[in-house]
Design a protein around this ligand. Structure first.
Ligand SMILES: Nc1ncnc2c1ncn2[C@@H]1O[C@H](COP(=O)(O)OP(=O)(O)OP(=O)(O)O)[C@@H](O)[C@H]1O
Ligand SMILES: [Mg+2]
Length: 284
């Protein structure tokens, strides 16, 4: 139990990296798919993050900010789970311009995954602006974001969007639980422009509405959940890795689902061994 007004001492502690895009890169690395992490890095925490990513064989294309530190978020597991997320360093218009220049270095036929939220105060049209800049390029884009940040991107026809069922409900201010409701609202996202819509449902599996109109559903792999963070990111990475190999939606969905489960069944993100184990059992 946390005591206000007193020093609280932790029984154990752990420092780990995070961030949705980072998670996608880390799982891609486990799957032997090369990626470059883009975004902003600042100070000693930013340098440490880059060191860890490079050690994993992930390229880093961060824009380095002049001041501040890449934020440290604190999670306290006590009587309840407490979460304190720092606000993070300030990103100037100049820094943002540097990031946009990095986008021009992406090659045709590469994939770009845009994932997570943006620093407070930043415009919720920013992801749309990224896609606007790339609209005449042959780049496959994936958006995993919430609310207007996601909705604003749809007119640029992202290849894939991956809301979870709560995010889908929030987008339409509706209570969405059944498969029929999921399909109904996922199709609305398609009508707004998304090519393929993958709705993840935690331990209830996932539904993929393909550009062709085909609907593919999958159950989740069976296992004991010990982690609730990063399953969606793992699913995105697994989906991309498998789609790159076979250009097959059904296979990509199945492998993505296994990767999501593998992370749910791991402390932190899944490693290669866990992914293979879950995929093998899932395939039986
Ligand atoms: N407890 C679980 N058991 C089995 N599979 C799971 C479990 N949790 C997640 N998964 C798998 O991972 C996929 C993605 O999970 P989820 O829907 O929780 O994503 P998310 O909410 O976007 O996660 P995050 O944003 O934290 O990465 C699910 O569709 C499912 O296939
Ligand atoms: Mg998610």
């Amino acid at each position: 139990m946390l005591n206000g007004g007193k020093t609280n001492r932790a029984r154990s502690d752990k420092l780990s990296y995070g961030g949705k895009g980072i998670n996608v890169s880390v799982i891609l690395a486990e799957l032997n798919v090369k990626s470059t992490a883009l975004g902003f890095a600042a100070g000693f925490t930013g340098a440490e993050l880059e060191r860890i990513l490079k050690e994993k064989g992930i390229n880093c294309g961060f824009v380095h900010l002049d001041s501040g530190n890449t934020r440290i978020n604190v999670k306290i597991i006590s009587d309840k789970e407490y979460e304190i997320n720092a606000s993070g360093p300030t990103v100037s218009d100049g820094d943002l311009a540097f990031l946009f220049n990095r986008l021009d270095e992406i090659s045709d036929y590469d994939w770009l995954v845009i994932s997570g939220s943006v620093p407070g105060g930043m415009n919720n049209g920013i992801y749309a602006k990224i896609l606007e800049r790339l609209k005449y390029r042959k780049i496959k884009t994936v958006v995993d974001a919430q609310g207007d940040l996601l909705l604003n991107t749809l007119k640029y026809k992202p290849f894939l969007v991956k809301p979870n069922v709560f995010e889908l409900s929030e987008l339409f201010d509706a209570k969405i639980t059944t498969e029929e409701e999921i399909e109904f609202y996922a199709k609305k996202l398609q009508a707004f422009g998304a090519k393929n819509v993958l709705v993840s449902r935690g331990k209830n599996g996932a539904v993929l509405i393909c550009e062709s109109g085909e609907i593919i559903k999958t159950k989740s792999a069976e296992g004991v959940q010990i982690n609730s963070v990063g399953s969606g990111d793992s699913m995105v990475a697994g989906f991309i890795a498998e789609y790159l190999k076979f250009s097959d939606f059904s296979r990509a969905l199945k492998f993505g689902t296994a990767c999501g489960a593998a992370t749910a069944f791991s402390e932190g993100l899944a490693d290669k061994r866990k992914i293979n184990e879950v995929f093998a059992s899932f395939n039986e």
